[in-house]
Each structure stands twice: as structure tokens, then as C-alpha cells.
Design a protein around this ligand. Structure first.
Ligand code: SF4
Ligand code: SF4
Length: 165
């Protein structure tokens, strides 16, 4: 499946089951959203986004095209469930499909997106890297757990819908 096909499939699942999933996983989705916000807030404090923005302007951004291929339909569905209008069109050539003019256009990202720090970024962070890793770890763990729960729930919902049709 291409990235756009995965986005469309996730959108279709969201349209069919989004409200049910949001109700069932309200608490978990809120926790994940909060955790992503915490990571972003901490990163802002360290001035890492400014460094990455400058890097992107110089054409050295580490958001490589292959990263978008790593997303599966459920990662994208999770983004829809957190209110992201997942893009169906590329905005920047030569980089990951999800890069926008103002950075990443998703909330729930891949482990590599959350985890990767180039030497320049590591140098900027210094000892704050330990704290950042701790906050990011929580985000990744929550995203992993909720994704697995949602996959199970969707299997049930699709079986019920199949029986009813
Ligand atoms: S992590 Fe490093 S390579 Fe990636 S965008 Fe930031 S500064 Fe650039
Ligand atoms: S952070 Fe966003 S734009 Fe960058 S590689 Fe990950 S998904 Fe793509």
C-alpha cells in the first residue's frame, strides 16, 4: 500500500468507527495527547525546534522519505483520533511525505522520529537529553499500548459489521 492509500484507509476507518473508538479510549487518548504535548513543551524549552528549523531551511533535515513508509494504517488512525487532519498530499519534495512547511504535520510519529538526535542536537541538549528521553519514552509506550488496543477493538467491530451485513 502506498502512503496515500494508507492515509485513505485510516480515514475510512475513522469515518466508520472514530466516534466509537473515541468514546471507548477517551482516557487513553487524552493521556497520549498530553504526553505528546509534554514532549513538545520540553523540546521548545531546549530550543531544539529552532535548531531543526534552521537545519531544514539549509536542506539538511533528517526527515527522510523512507520514514513515511514505516507508518501503518493504525498509526495514521491514531493521528485522526487525536484530531489531526492527516495530509493526503505532499507539501515538501525530497523529504518524508508528512513534512510540512512548518515541520511535521502529524502528532503520533514513528519511534525513529521521536528518538533520533543528530550530533548537533545532542550537543545542544547536553544533560537535558536524559530528561527528554524519559518524557519521550512515556509517549512511545502509551502510543504502542493504545495502538494494540485499538487494533483488537477494530477486529471486533469489523467482525460484528461483517456478521450484520
Ligand atoms: S535532529 Fe539534527 S539533522 Fe534532524 S532536523 Fe534536527 S538538527 Fe537537523
Ligand atoms: S517527524 Fe514527521 S515529518 Fe519527520 S520523519 Fe517523522 S513523520 Fe516524517
Amino acid at each position: 500500500m502506498t502512503v496515500v492509500e494508507k492515509v485513505r484507509k485510516a480515514k475510512q476507518l475513522y469515518e466508520n468507527y472514530g466516534e466509537i473508538l473515541k468514546r471507548k479510549f477517551e482516557k487513553e487518548l487524552k493521556e497520549l495527547d498530553k504526553s505528546i504535548e509534554e514532549t513538545q513543551k520540553f523540546m521548545k524549552k531546549t530550543k531544539l525546534p529552532e535548531l531543526c528549523k534552521k537545519c531544514a531551511e539549509e536542506g539538511k533535515c533528517c526527515c527522510r522519505p523512507w520514514v513515511a513508509e514505516e507508518f501503518d494504517v493504525y498509526d495514521l488512525l491514531l493521528n485522526y483520533l487525536l484530531g489531526v487532519d492527516v495530509p493526503e498530499e505532499r507539501e515538501v519534495d525530497g523529504l518524508c511525505f508528512f513534512v510540512g512547511k512548518n515541520g511535521c504535520r502529524l502528532k503520533v510519529r514513528q519511534v525513529i522520529c521521536v528518538d533520533f538526535l543528530c550530533p548537533k542536537a545532542e550537543k545542544l541538549l547536553g544533560e537535558k537529553e536524559i530528561k527528554l528521553r524519559e518524557i519521550e519514552g512515556r509517549e512511545l509506550e502509551l502510543a504502542f499500548k493504545i495502538k494494540e488496543e485499538i487494533k483488537k477493538e477494530l477486529k471486533n467491530l469489523e467482525t460484528i459489521s461483517h456478521i450484520q451485513n
